[in-house]
Design a protein. Structure first.
Length: 94
């Protein structure tokens, strides 16, 4: 990926282990196609929000405010704050 972004498939800093052909396991993000790989097909991705901050990530909200999201935030709340205008009710863990 050559742009900044993330998906809400996993909560912040989730380890996504991938056993590679060299025998090692790596923590990865997944993108099904590189940019410009195909003009006609879809690209699927699971890109985890990551940070070097201890225990979570900073989140920029659409109103310009910044909040801290803990690594232990529920997936339901994480996906709710990651939508643009879905009207979801946020959990008490954010």
């Amino acid at each position: 990926m050559q742009q900044a972004g993330f998906t809400a498939a996993f909560t912040p800093n989730t380890l996504v282990p991938y056993p590679y052909t060299d025998g090692n396991t790596y923590d990865i993000d997944f993108v099904s196609n590189g940019e410009s790989a195909t003009a006609a097909g879809y690209t699927y991705a699971a890109v985890t929000s990551r940070s070097f901050h201890t225990g979570g990530v900073n989140v920029l909200l659409m109103d310009g405010s910044v909040r801290f999201a803990s690594n232990s935030i529920s997936i339901t709340t994480w996906q709710a704050i990651s939508s643009r205008a879905g009207g979801e009710v946020l959990g008490s863990d954010f």
